[in-house]
Design a protein around this ligand. Sequence first.
Ligand code: SF4
Length: 226
Amino acid sequence: MLELGGFTPLSSVDWPGKLAAVVFVQGCPWRCSYCHNAELQPRRRTGGPDWASVLAMLQRRVGLLDGVVFSGGEPTLDPRVNSAVDQVRALGHRAALHTAGIYPDRLAELLPKLDWVGFDLKTGFGDYDTLTARRGSAAAVRRSLDRLLASGIEREIRTTYHPRLISDAALRDVARVLKNVGVRHWVLQRWRAHDDDAARLASSWRWPADEFLHELRDDVPALTLR
Ligand code: SF4
């Protein structure tokens, strides 16, 4: 059975413009230092809700929700997410996915069942392994991005902006990648502090300068900040 780290019955922010329940799948093989869900990184955790009770709750909410988002951790880590999406769709819900593109083949299997994907493009491909603390992460993300774009599924490409970990050069690299693959909408999302040190940094946190954002918009015109 799908191993869960958490469940949010109603969210207005995890699928833009939609009211959705969010299923947090336990486990992620990467170790991004800014991770705001670090408790979801280990593959096993006791105390999460069980899938059967979440599914029963989702059954009672048919008609009340716009859909169900599978998030994490990295939801494609667990091959059982595939049948979980089937079960949710069989109830009559639409399904969405948050992914960092870690498992391109599993993502490709899931895509035909999904109505929307929130895809994290974390940094320039040259910086990926440092940010994720895992070798080979850039290659996986390239393949996943290609598959997502080829699918034509509605999606949002987003990058978490951390002022110390994401340099201007990295943002330029991401913008160039998106321009080259024809993506015109890109979301820079504000990094969220997860401990006291981070909270101190967050208190002096700033978006990149307007002039620099204008430069990025030369490559990706519909760049928005969130
Ligand atoms: S990919 Fe996402 S869940 Fe995994 S460590 Fe990075 S930020 Fe955390």
